[in-house]
Design a protein. Structure first.
Length: 412
């Protein structure tokens, strides 16, 4: 349906939706909420209606919308220098890399922009490492990935996706990947060969529905990698930076990866900032001219990233995520049997399977939106909650009350 847009009249939500329908590629199916302002955990639509944001830009808004320290750092940097390209040095770059390495307990940093770019970069680094250090014959390196993973949308990344929608009609695909069921250590062990360069995993699978692997799985993956001289790459683009409590979700299992991909919250919800961080002897395989990006590590990104790292260095957000997360999961567990079939997750991150007889995830999210809550479905009857870590307990409780009431009203 196309709304008639009258010149001089303020645009309504329907006008904005019809503009998007008419002029943008239809690669998303957003809820019909048109946001014009946001602060903290709340957003406001063009009609002035407020919503509590329980998605937080898929964790890109861990610190909420427009955190004053992050906006302040961005504005300061806007007044100095925003872009130099990597053809020259600038005075935010080295500091950002050092601070990110220190916070993550790693040695070296490769800054990029989007999450998918960080994953692509990690794949390239792992392959190069396999040829130059491990001695894998040219073009024979393999990377093991997990079923139902989500690592981004590039041609190479969708080559190992098991989601048919993400792959259909985008071939031919990039070879060199073996995909095994997530959480199945024997399946993983069975495909490791002398040609295996790396295992690439999300410590908790976000897009798949916030799937937590069986206890001990991640440390067994680490042991297998050590035994066979294989790199472990942890994609912490969504799970990292305090979403699950600790800085890195792998920290919960006391497991270290050789490379981590980070993104989303690293840009403070202001601009895309991603990075591969990890061992110097692995990242060290890259030499000038072999990999890069015009915008990767730009001054504005580094200044905002540094402000993000200062927030994380206080420990406050890790604490909030752990404590409020425990509260969130206690309350969600109480809904099992009352319209909820299963709840998974850790920290302020939850995948909720609702009874498919009651509604699809999409229908539930539409109903929650009418009650002033923004959440996102994943597949079928699963919704996920990832509130900004700045959310107050009263707001969180209010949202959970609304969820409980909505589910109750859906009961036959
Ligand atoms: C685990 C993981 N990796 C990679 C990506 C891709 O990030 P981007 O959308 O910034 O390319 C995502 C995005 O949801 C993600 O959750």
């Amino acid at each position: 349906m196309t709304a008639t847009i009258l010149p001089g009249e303020p645009l309504t939500a329907a006008d904005h939706v019809s503009l998007a329908e008419r002029y943008s590629a239809h690669n998303y199916h957003p809820l019909p909420v048109v946001i014009s302002h946001a602060e903290g955990a709340w957003v406001t639509d063009v009609a002035g209606r407020r919503y509590l944001d329980l998605l937080a830009g898929y964790s890109a808004l861990n610190f909420g919308h427009r955190h004053p320290a992050l906006v302040g750092a961005a504005i300061d940097q806007l007044h100095r220098v925003t872009l130099t390209s990597r053809a020259f040095h600038h005075n935010q770059f080295g500091l950002f890399c050092r601070e990110l390495a220190q916070l993550t307990g790693t040695e070296m940093v490769l800054p990029m922009n989007s999450g998918a770019e960080a994953v692509e970069s990690a794949i390239k680094i792992a392959r190069k490492w396999a040829y130059q250090v491990k001695g894998v014959p040219p073009d024979r390196a393999e990377i093991i990935t997990a079923g139902a993973s989500f690592h981004g949308r590039t041609t190479t990344i969708v080559s190992f996706s098991t989601d048919s929608e993400a792959r259909a009609d985008f071939g031919p695909f990039t070879p060199g990947f073996r995909t095994v069921p997530y959480g199945d250590i024997d399946a993983l062990a069975s495909v490791i060969t002398e040609r295996t360069a790396a295992v690439l995993l999300e410590p908790i699978q976000g897009e798949a529905g916030v799937i937590v692997p069986p206890p001990g799985y991640l440390s067994r993956v680490r042991q297998l990698c050590d035994r066979h001289g294989v790199l472990l790459i942890a994609d912490e683009i969504q799970s990292g930076l305090a979403r699950t409590g600790p800085v890195l979700a792998l920290d919960y299992d006391h497991v270290r990866a050789d490379l981590y991909t980070l993104g989303k919250a690293l840009g403070g919800g202001i601009l895309p900032v991603s990075a591969v961080v990890g061992r110097a002897d692995v990242l060290g395989v890259l030499h000038p001219g072999e990999h890069g990006s015009t915008f990767g590590g730009n001054p504005l990104a580094c200044a905002v990233g540094r402000a993000v790292l200062r927030l994380l260095a206080t420990g406050e957000y890790q604490k909030r995520s752990t404590e409020l997360g425990a509260h969130l999961h206690r309350r969600l567990d109480g809904l099992v049997g009352h319209g909820v079939v299963e709840v998974r997750g850790r920290g302020l991150w939850a995948g909720i399977d609702i009874d498919p007889e009651l509604a699809t995830g999409r229908q539930l999210c539409e109903q929650l939106a009418t009650r002033g809550i923004l959440a996102k479905d994943t597949h079928g009857s699963t919704i996920r909650l990832a509130p900004p870590l700045v959310i107050g307990v009263t707001d969180l409780d209010w949202a959970l009350d609304q969820l409980a009431t909505t589910l109750e009203k859906l009961q036959p």
